[in-house]
Ligand binder design. Structure first.
Ligand SMILES: Nc1nc2c(ncn2[C@@H]2O[C@H](COP(=O)(O)OP(=O)(O)OP(=O)(O)O)[C@@H](O)[C@H]2O)c(=O)[nH]1
Length: 418
């Protein structure tokens, strides 16, 4: 049941987490060339020996329009709308994509729609050159926005180092690949093999999108969450099983105790006696012998029941058992054999000593204040076992000795050997 709830919770948390990480736990950076951290610039090939001319206008809604007159005569003519980060280089590794609302128009070659080149220009002190704009490493993507649904989402992993730049800027191997941790400028530029004529780049909105937590890290976290939850469940489950086991053992021990004890007198019943004897002989072995057995039977008990009622009879039996128990050493066993008959087992006690103990107990009974002012006596039969094998015979002998005590007039102790 718990596992089912845990699984349901994990599934909900996982789905919610994935959705939240994708849609809610995102960071975005708007690239609009405004504010103290960004500067908008227009660059054209006139600075590099060309004759193209670019002009920028910005509408009240923030849309930037770059009008570019590409002139022939220069090998790589271009116009460029550049947003420079003047508040410090941008670490784009914290972002995953560039989202664009953009359009381009211009003369088409062989029906190929006008293209837009986007450059992410990175700085690194080890890049060759004087450190000017042309020495920033360009990472580029080129595509034709016409016919695409806006916004267009470009994954930053799609940006590759421009090969023409790499040829003029030989780099050590570790610096050859894309490096987006120190991006200084983003450029929106006319296409590669641009035709002469009037070109227009319209940039409505550009924003960088990233997750607070990288998706891979987030997924790894979710896997960890599953693992720890399952581990936690297993630990809890094994603890719960052990607790259940402990409870049931306690309960069965209590039941066992009840099964081995006479409920009226609170001393052992026959089954309890045989278990206790088993334990005793196992613990003491030969040292427990000689062992004496004493049978005790209340005298004229029927009369007590008949004259004073069954309840008084019960009280007498309970008091008799308690008196026997209270006046015997702890190691000696007391059990109710049945009816008004009890058995005492005395380890390490020869018959003579057991007779003496029985006599002492008989005297105690004579002094005991019994219910309803009764004078309760008992007949006692004593026998001795020299070893474990002789125990059964000793039981029989003690029982017979007790009957002899009855016949001899009751309220006396008789030893089987006498
Ligand atoms: N109140 C009560 N009486 C019991 C219980 N168990 C046995 N008895 C009664 O004990 C009586 C035993 O009677 P008998 O076997 O004739 O023995 P007795 O009257 O003690 O006579 P002797 O043993 O010959 O001295 C019977 O009346 C049983 O009903 C019990 O748990 N409670």
């Amino acid at each position: 049941m718990v596992l089912r709830w845990l699984l349901a919770l994990l599934v909900v948390v996982t789905l919610l987490g994935l959705f939240a990480n994708e849609h809610w736990m995102t960071r975005r950076l708007v690239l609009d060339g405004r504010g103290p951290d960004q500067r908008l610039e227009v660059v054209d090939d006139s600075g590099s020996g060309g004759a193209s001319h670019a002009q920028l206008s910005t509408a009240p809604d923030g849309t930037h329009t770059l009008r570019c007159e590409i002139k022939p005569g220069f090998e790589w003519p271009f116009c460029d709308l550049q947003i420079e980060s003047v508040g410090g280089d941008l670490n784009l590794t914290r972002f995953s994509s560039l989202r664009l609302w953009v359009s381009v128009a211009g003369p088409q070659k062989d029906g190929v729609p006008a293209q837009l080149r986007i450059f992410l220009r990175s700085f690194h002190p080890d890049y060759p050159g004087s450190g000017g704009g042309e020495d920033l490493k360009p990472h580029e993507v080129i595509f034709a926005p016409a016919g695409l649904a806006m916004p267009v989402e470009l994954r930053l992993s799609q940006f590759m180092v421009s090969s023409w730049w790499a040829q003029t800027h030989p780099l050590p191997v570790p610096l050859m690949g894309p490096q987006l941790d120190r991006v200084r400028a983003i450029s929106f530029s006319t296409g590669g093999q641009v035709l002469p004529g009037a070109h227009v780049i319209r940039l409505q909105r550009a924003e960088l999108i990233g997750n607070w937590v990288a998706p891979e890290t987030f997924r790894l976290g979710l896997v960890g969450l599953w693992m720890f939850s399952l581990l936690g469940y297993l630990v809890w489950e094994s603890w719960a099983v052990r607790a259940r086991l402990r409870r049931s053992m306690r309960r069965s021990k209590a039941l066992e105790k009840m099964a081995l004890r006479d409920p009226l007198t609170q001393v052992a019943n026959r089954e309890g006696l045989s278990r206790a004897l088993e334990l005793l002989t196992r613990a003491q072995g030969e040292l427990g012998f000689p062992m004496s057995v004493v049978f005790v039977d209340a005298d004229h008990f029927k009369r007590i029941n008949d004259q004073h009622g069954h309840d008084v009879g019960d009280q007498v039996l309970a008091l008799l058992a308690q008196t026997l128990r209270a006046n015997l050493p702890r190691d000696d066993l007391v059990a109710r054999w049945g009816g008004e008959e009890f058995v005492l087992v005395m380890p390490q006690t020869p018959a003579e000593e057991a007779v003496a103990v029985a006599e002492r107990l008989r005297a105690v009974l004579a002094r005991t204040p019994w219910p309803a002012g009764l004078a309760v006596t008992a007949s006692w039969g004593v026998a001795e076992a020299r070893d474990e094998a002789g125990l059964e015979a000793a039981m029989r002998d003690a029982d017979q000795a007790m009957y002899r005590a009855k016949h001899a007039g009751r309220d006396r102790v008789i030893s089987a050997s006498a």
